[in-house]
Design a protein around this ligand. Structure first.
Ligand SMILES: *Cc1c(COP(=O)(O)O)cnc(C)c1O
Length: 395
């Protein structure tokens, strides 16, 4: 028998994978690994992932429902009717909006999943998607995966990090299919009020654009500030959906449960993608989510903790010469890189070298983030204080 020549299969990546923006933090990651290997006590303020545990009453519900064999089978694709009803009730109480749980609410495997899948339902190759810069990176990648063309618009400090729609050329706006927005905002911690959301509705209606508003931080707010829903704006239900999540208010990032609500045609489109790629969320987790939404306990205490940490960080930086306002929402501090440093990546490297503290360079969120860095306060008070002491002493 003729001997087969061993040939390696050429793993030629698909174009859509090649289009994923380069990972900018490889160099910093390497330096962090080196510092740790050298025995340095590195404190990371880089990751936005709640450090505190999920409240016990939610875990108890998961445990109880995990023992019920009825929950061991495939869940319903769109989410259990009981979970979607709990979302509708929560939205009514929280935002005063009325939703039909059957057609205007969808359970998601975390809001990231829904955000990533939405363009597949509505964006054809070549369609433009309007993306905030700086912004949560998923909006751009999801657009590219669908074959769409991301068009970035800048979020500028002089506009309170809100977009100025008049800077988007009208031929771009006409060709745009979708617009991503996110307030309270990651990474800038900026907030938006209803009059801005009304402006968004007008813009979307005049150019026939689907609005996808990411409201993942609606419950992480301070000093009595209460973030709005995009859907509270008049006419918003005609043009958009909102994404929200149990991850941030209930410390449930690892559980993977979120939800979308809003325009029923958009919900139906997303639902078609989802029924063909996933099979829903483990029902015991949905029951735990219902408990969280109904009892709604723990977020005030959590926000008290974040308020204390936010104050610690802002006060430290302001003592050092920054002039930061205390953010009203999110668990991030977004601050300009001092002039002595060339770029956000250079500043992050200096922070690591001089203080053994990891921060996120703003460039990771787009060109518009260069010149800034982000600090996450999802780390215990003692470690955060240690990080602030080191920054004060060594930077
Ligand atoms: C954390 C976060 C999400 C996603 O959270 P899930 O855990 O997937 O629900 C979505 N958008 C922004 C801006 C976030 O920071």
């Amino acid at each position: 028998m003729k001997k087969l020549v061993e040939v390696a299969v050429v793993m030629k990546k698909a174009e859509r994978i090649k289009k994923v923006p380069p990972y900018l933090f490889a160099e910093i990651d390497k330096k962090v690994a080196q510092a740790k290997a050298a025995g340095k006590d590195v404190i990371s303020l880089g990751i936005g992932d709640p450090d505190l545990p999920t409240p016990g009453y939610i875990i108890d519900e998961l445990v109880k429902e995990a023992y019920n064999p009825a929950n061991h089978q495939y869940p319903s694709y769109e989410g259990m009717p009981a979970f979607r009803s709990a979302v509708a009730e929560w939205c009514h109480k929280r935002f005063g909006i009325t939703l039909d749980p059957a057609s205007e609410v969808l359970t998601l495997i975390g809001s990231k999943e829904g955000i990533a899948h939405l363009p597949l339902a509505f964006v054809d190759p070549g369609d433009i998607v309007l993306i905030p810069d700086p912004g949560y990176p998923v909006y751009k990648v999801a657009t590219l995966f669908a074959g769409g063309k991301p068009y970035s618009f800048k979020l500028l400090p002089e506009k309170g990090f809100l977009p100025d729609f008049s800077t988007i050329p009208s031929d771009i706006a006409r060709r745009a299919k979708m617009l991503f927005l996110n307030y309270p905002n990651n990474p800038t911690a900026a907030v938006a009020d209803l009059s801005f959301f009304k402006e968004v509705v007008d813009f979307a209606k005049s150019y026939d654009i689907i609005v996808a508003h990411d409201n993942a931080y609606s419950e992480v707010a301070y000093d009595g500030y209460c973030p709005a829903s995009f859907l509270q704006a008049e006419g918003a239900m005609d043009v958009g959906v909102e994404f929200n999540s149990l991850s941030k208010p209930f410390n449930m990032t690892g559980w993977r449960i979120g939800f979308a609500y809003g325009n029923k045609d958009i919900i139906a489109g997303l639902s078609i993608i989802k029924t063909n790629v996933d099979s829903g969320v483990f029902q015991a987790i949905q029951y735990a989510g219902i408990k969280a939404l109904q009892e709604n306990k723990g977020t005030d205490e959590l926000n008290t903790v974040y308020t204390r940490r936010r104050n610690m960080v802002v006060e430290t930086f302001n003592e050092m010469g920054w002039k930061l306002d205390k953010p009203k929402a999110t668990f991030y501090i977004w601050a300009p890189v001092p002039e002595a440093y060339g770029s956000s990546v250079e500043f992050a490297a200096a922070m690591l070298e001089k203080a053994s503290v990891v921060i996120t360079p703003g460039i990771g969120y787009g060109e518009g983030g260069n010149g800034y860095f982000r600090i996450s306060i999802t780390i215990n008070d003692q470690r955060l204080k240690e990080a602030m002491d080191r920054i004060r002493k060594n930077l």
